[in-house]
Design a protein around this ligand. Structure first.
Ligand code: SF4
Length: 106
């Protein structure tokens, strides 16, 4: 009669697989969902709001980390866990945000 037993290596391997599978949604969420919300434009002048809209500012870059506000020449970082600012677009700016005037830092 053949015994169906798992080796210690197989048990460890299965445990690692389950840990990776279990943490995947949280990892994906952390990479894609901005925790900050930098879209409060209540204090902006009408022309500043119009430019923000015209340049299609958004809190999450469609280009991922390769092309976001944090990597833009016009970005001014805020304190940790706070929105930054931009020398072109007025109002709160998310480090993972983006607009059509993005320019690589020199
Ligand atoms: S110019 Fe656009 S992409 Fe660059 S920091 Fe300002 S809002 Fe972000």
């Amino acid at each position: 009669m053949r015994m169906n037993t798992l080796t210690r290596r197989q048990i460890l391997h299965q445990g690692v697989r389950l840990a990776v599978i279990g943490s995947t949604p949280a990892l994906l969420n952390a990479c894609t969902k901005p925790e900050l919300h930098c879209e409060d434009v209540s204090g902006l002048r009408e022309d500043d709001l119009a430019l923000r809209t015209q340049l299609e500012y958004r809190d999450l870059s469609p280009h991922g980390e390769s092309k976001n506000c944090e990597r833009c020449a016009f970005y001014l970082a805020g304190k940790k866990n706070e929105c930054g600012r931009c020398t072109l677009v007025k109002g709160p700016i998310h480090p993972m945000g983006y607009c059509s005037s993005w320019a690589a830092k020199g």
